[in-house]
Design a binder for this molecule. Structure first.
Ligand code: URP
Ligand code: ZN
Ligand code: ZN
Ligand code: ZN
Length: 463
């Protein structure tokens, strides 16, 4: 299986140059000008287009059992939607119930993920603590290619990690050469604010952001950063949504701390006016945590991405249909939290980031794949176009346009937070593991073609 992509502008995080990319099997085997290709090679003409590493979405939840239901997209439909948008690798989450064995949960999620059409890898959540968790973290790192652990500082009475769990798990991650990550929101504060709102009779979706103001996020971000500093571990903060959290990251980094931040496509372009809608289905469709914020937060997030204090872009793809969201019709705390985006992230970040002049094409590649690959130890297999890397590529037409709609999306759930937005800059071809899986609207995703990507531990002083 040989494919040659001819005459595009190849964009890596460090430079952009004209050339061809030759893929054989699942690897890139040559990059250069006017390459020779066998007569039977599939030829893709990339003239006038960019050729970039396939996107890595660092944060998705396919087939997640959450808040009494299961997300609308499973690992096949969710990864297929990603391929249609130029994303070839997702990083999903194994989320054990409190007291459930991490290894057992890990095996369950690996089973669910077998139907993936694109490559996948897992962060494993630490939702409780005892000696078995300590041991399982070691097994996951040494034997199963896991090198990142997730901590939910929110979702009290469910999956929230208390401070004891955070400290012990961060310490264990450091010892193993793995990176701790956090969903930064003070779960106790959220819970108390939710109860107060309900008592006042404020029960609709508009109460959701009122129960999770920026300070709730910033407190947790500061706490996670402080714990990481004391223990001497790096830390990665998922879905940074507000200026206050970004300030915490920026401050820590200025003092030499290794803190990484992730921005979601949704948080970059959608503001909190969505919760004021009279249409409750619409407002509930936007309920995710942290919530969408006021416009000045969006400007801050873009500054963070450009300035290097935010590193990755993701989606937190976690789709629920209107009927599922309606479980919280009388009580906003029961609305399943989550929104989609795996299909749109690349185009949203390009349109709002590159077309506006905020990001260069190389910076776009940095925040859509390269940094993710480096932070989570998949580089240079992923995140770069060079000989020996996986043949995961997106051919990008900077002049192509598309109007996003739930009516035409591949993802399930029947709702799209980017509904009606016209983006300029779209994928024309996606190549995953050397196969042409998307061509100008024609999605050829194959169930089970995706592979689990092992991520070795970072080198430590431990043997
Ligand atoms: O609202 C969200 N983000 N749902 C998914 C779980 C999480 O917090 O990431
Ligand atoms: Zn294994
Ligand atoms: Zn989260
Ligand atoms: Zn999430």
């Amino acid at each position: 299986m040989t494919t040659i992509i001819r005459g595009g502008t190849i964009v890596n995080a460090d430079r952009a140059f004209r050339g061809d990319v030759l893929c054989f099997g699942d690897k890139i085997v040559a990059v250069g000008e006017q390459l020779d290709a066998p007569a039977n090679a599939t030829v893709i003409d990339a003239g006038g287009q960019y050729v970039m590493p396939g996107g890595i979405d660092t944060h998705t939840h396919m087939q997640l059992p959450f808040m009494g239901t299961v997300t609308a997209d499973d690992f096949f439909t969710g990864t297929a939607a990603g391929l249609a948008g130029g994303t070839t690798t997702i990083m999903d989450f194994v989320i054990p119930d409190p007291k459930q064995s991490l290894l057992e949960a890990y095996r369950t999620w690996r089973g669910w993920a077998r139907k993936s059409a694109g490559d996948y890898t897992f962060h494993v959540a630490v939702t409780w603590w005892d000696e078995s968790v300590h041991a399982d973290m070691g097994t996951l790192v040494r034997e199963h290619g896991v090198n990142s652990f997730k901590h939910f500082m929110a979702y009290k009475n469910a999956i929230m990690a208390d401070d004891e769990t955070l400290v012990k798990s961060f310490r264990r991650a450091l010892e193993l050469g793995a990176i701790p990550t956090v969903h930064a929101e003070n779960g106790e504060l959220v819970y108390q604010l939710q109860q107060e709102l309900l008592q006042k009779g404020i029960t609709g979706a508009r109460a959701h952001p009122l129960s999770r103001p920026p300070e709730v996020e910033a407190e947790a971000a500061n706490r996670a950063i402080a714990i990481a500093k004391v223990l001497g571990t790096p830390v990665y903060i998922v879905h940074v949504s507000c200026a206050e959290s970004l300030e915490a990251i920026t401050r820590a980094r200025a003092k030499g701390q290794r803190v990484y931040g992730e921005a979601l496509a949704g948080h970059l372009v959608i503001d909190d006016s969505v919760y004021a809608s009279e249409d409750e289905d619409f407002a509930r469709g936007h309920v995710m945590s942290p919530p969408f914020r006021g416009k000045h937060h969006q400007a801050a997030l873009w500054q963070g991405l450009r300035g290097g204090n935010l590193h990755t872009t993701a989606t937190d793809h976690c789709t629920f249909c209107a009927e599922q969201k309606a479980a919280g019709a009388d009580n906003f705390t029961r609305i399943p939290n989550g929104c989609g985006g795996v299909e749109e992230r690349m185009a949203i970040v390009w349109d709002a980031g590159v077309n506006s002049g905020t990001l260069t094409p190389s910076e776009f590649v940095r925040v859509t794949s390269t940094n993710a690959a480096q932070i989570f130890n998949m580089y240079p297999r992923k995140g770069v176009i060079e000989v020996g890397a996986d043949a995961d590529l997106v051919v990008w037409d900077p002049n192509g346009t598309r109007t996003i709609s739930a009516k035409t999306q591949f993802a399930k759930g029947g709702f799209n937070v980017f509904e009606g937005r016209t983006v300029r800059g779209i994928p024309t071809h996606t190549i995953a593991a050397g196969k042409l899986v998307f061509e100008r609207g024609d999605l050829r995703a194959e169930e089970g073609a995706g592979r689990h990507i092992d991520r070795p531990a970072f080198t430590t002083t431990q043997a």
